[in-house]
Design a protein around this ligand. Structure first.
Ligand SMILES: [Zn+2]
Length: 88
C-alpha cells in the first residue's frame, strides 16, 4: 500500500491505527464468502462434510489479497473523509 496517493500526494494513513477498523470490513467479506461457498456447494454437489470444511478454508486463504486490500479501501472511503475522494 502506498504511503501517499500517487496522484495527489495525500497521506493514506489518516492517523496511527486507522486501519484497525478495516478488520470489520474484512470480517464481513469473509462471512459473505463462506456463506456463498457453502451455498454453492450445498446447491450443486452436496459433498461430504470434510469437503465443506476444506473448501471454506481454501476459499478464505485465496481471498486474503482481495479482502486485505479492499477492506482497507472501503474503510478509507467510508471513514477517511472527503480528502480521499479524487475529483475527476
Ligand atoms: Zn489522491
Amino acid at each position: 500500500m502506498h504511503a501517499n496517493c500517487p496522484v495527489c500526494g495525500v497521506s493514506l494513513t489518516p492517523e496511527p491505527g486507522f486501519y484497525f477498523g478495516a478488520l470489520y470490513v474484512s470480517y464481513a467479506f469473509t462471512v459473505a464468502l463462506m456463506i456463498a461457498t457453502w451455498l454453492l456447494f450445498y446447491l450443486l454437489i452436496q459433498p461430504p462434510d470434510w469437503v465443506y470444511g476444506t473448501s471454506l478454508v481454501v476459499s478464505c486463504i485465496l481471498s486474503i489479497p482481495f479482502s486485505f486490500r479492499y477492506s482497507r479501501v472501503l474503510f478509507l472511503y467510508w471513514f477517511g473523509g472527503n480528502a480521499y475522494r479524487h475529483q475527476p
